[in-house]
Design a protein. Structure first.
Length: 55
């Protein structure tokens, strides 16, 4: 099945994670939030639905 009237969508570059995602915890350890953010963004980009999710 081909869609001839479908919009041409392009991937977007990943916006940088917010500072609070990279901040150290009270115990001094780093969080995995940045890594999770980047993997999630890549997963969304591979499925061409990055434009649906706000940064």
């Amino acid at each position: 099945m081909e869609f001839t009237d479908a919009a041409e969508l392009e991937g977007q570059s990943m916006p940088p994670p917010r500072d609070y995602l990279a901040a150290k915890q009270k115990n001094g350890k780093t969080t995995l939030a940045v890594e999770i953010y980047e993997k999630t963004w890549q997963w969304l980009k591979e499925r061409r639905c990055v434009h649906l999710i706000p940064a």
